[in-house]
Design a protein around this ligand. Structure first.
Ligand SMILES: Nc1ncnc2c1ncn2[C@@H]1O[C@H](COP(=O)(O)OP(=O)(O)O)[C@@H](O)[C@H]1O
Ligand SMILES: [Mg+2]
Length: 355
């Protein structure tokens, strides 16, 4: 029996470098991430920050250039080809942004769900039918089971795609911008379906989305900047009688599903330190304080103070950002991706790993 506390996903110092002609693009640069079993984690970040690269690695579709990635005790770097394809089929379900990538248009909803069923316990047509019916009910589309995909809306197709991803009862469900092509009300339904099924089926979920209401739906929002985790916003459900009972006004969760609104929660944003102790200070905070390439570090009472290099901090408390402003920035992080580098880094990493 897996231990509740034992994490499902462990990424350590994950590096991914793509080689294009004689250039190297560093898509992940030493990313660390731990996801607990049963947790639902949202990933946000500017375009090109490395979100899809991370999802492809977690889904076993791509290998990192260096680092470590373990999912459900399996070291994904060490898996042989056959074990990797078994991992893709049985341990992980994937929902993509483009419905066309998830589904076959000339099949019905039910046929699409039954197609990937390869598990031994689904050997007969009757068993497959029963399980696909259950999944269709779970995503609220049982009545539409005989409809071809062209007869379903974009949001309905994505719900079928979720059922397809769950056909083999994976432990991990990944969504790479599954709400990217639908309107915001439909996106809400899709996120809600993810969350509800995650709870019902004991899934661990990692979902990339630009939808700012995400943070009201997930346990933790992780922001990627330049191929590294920069900040995390953790949602903590308050104990009865505990203070703050609403998300800040205008906060993404303010418009979240009604059942979540009822649950009193507090949001904490943290900057994340990597295994070498490096952290990314949000660019806006640095700009606010006029901190450039160098800063002074001091220890205060129970804290570390970062000041501009040239003298004491000039910006006082009046310049500090509220939680609401920080969250707004988290969702608007438009940091451009790092420029491609000349060849050489990948070779150096391989030499380091061989040593
Ligand atoms: N197959 C590839 N070949 C070369 N570069 C790639 C490839 N896939 C992604 N990249 C580059 O890696 C970086 C991260 O991309 P990606 O993971 O797709 O980011 P996101 O999903 O956050 O938009 C970008 O600079 C992108 O151009
Ligand atoms: Mg992407």
């Amino acid at each position: 029996m897996p231990n509740e506390k034992d994490p499902l996903i462990v990424c350590e110092n994950l590096v991914k470098i793509y080689q294009v002609a004689d250039l190297e693009v560093v898509a992940l640069q030493g990313l660390d991430l731990i996801v607990r079993r049963g947790e639902m984690v949202g990933i946000v970040g500017a375009s090109g920050s490395g979100k899809t690269t991370l999802m492809n690695i977690l889904g076993g579709l791509d290998r990192p250039s260096a680092g470590r990635v373990t999912v459900d005790g399996l070291n994904l770097l060490a898996l042989a080809e056959s074990a990797r394809s078994e991992y893709q089929q049985t341990k992980v379900g994937f929902v993509w942004q483009q419905t066309s990538r998830n589904l076959i248009p000339y099949l019905t909803a039910q046929e699409n769900i039954e197609l990937p069923m390869t598990m031994a316990w689904l050997s007969s047509a009757r068993q497959k039918r029963a399980w696909s019916a259950e999944l269709l009910q779970a995503v609220g589309l049982y009545e539409r089971r005989r409809h071809h995909l062209t007869q379903l809306s974009g949001g309905e197709q994505q719900r079928v795609a979720i059922a397809v991803a769950l056909a083999n009862k994976p432990v991990l469900l990944l969504g790479d911008e599954p709400t990217g092509e639908v309107d915001s009300a439909t996106a809400q339904t899709i996120l809600d379906t993810f969350r509800r099924l995650g709870e019902q089926m004991d899934l661990t979920i990692v979902i990339v989305t630009h939808d700012p209401r995400l943070s009201g739906q997930v346990d933790r929002v992780v922001a990627i900047r330049d191929g590294k985790i920069s900040t995390e916003t953790i949602r903590q459900v308050n104990q009865p009688g505990q203070g703050q009972s609403h998300p800040p006004a205008g906060h993404p969760a303010d418009t979240a599903a009604p059942e979540l609104k009822k649950e009193a929660a507090t949001y904490h944003e943290y900057v994340v330190l990597d295994s070498a102790g490096r952290l990314q200070v949000p660019r806006e905070l640095l700009e606010n304080l006029g901190i450039g390439k160098r800063a002074q570090l001091e220890t205060g009472e129970g804290c570390i103070i970062i000041r501009p290099a040239d003298g004491p901090a000039t910006a006082g408390a009046g310049n500090r950002l509220t939680l609401e402003e920080q969250l707004a920035l988290l969702f608007q992080d438009q940091t451009p991706p790092p420029p491609p580098r000349r060849r050489g880094l990948l070779g150096a990493l391989r030499r380091r790993d061989r040593r």
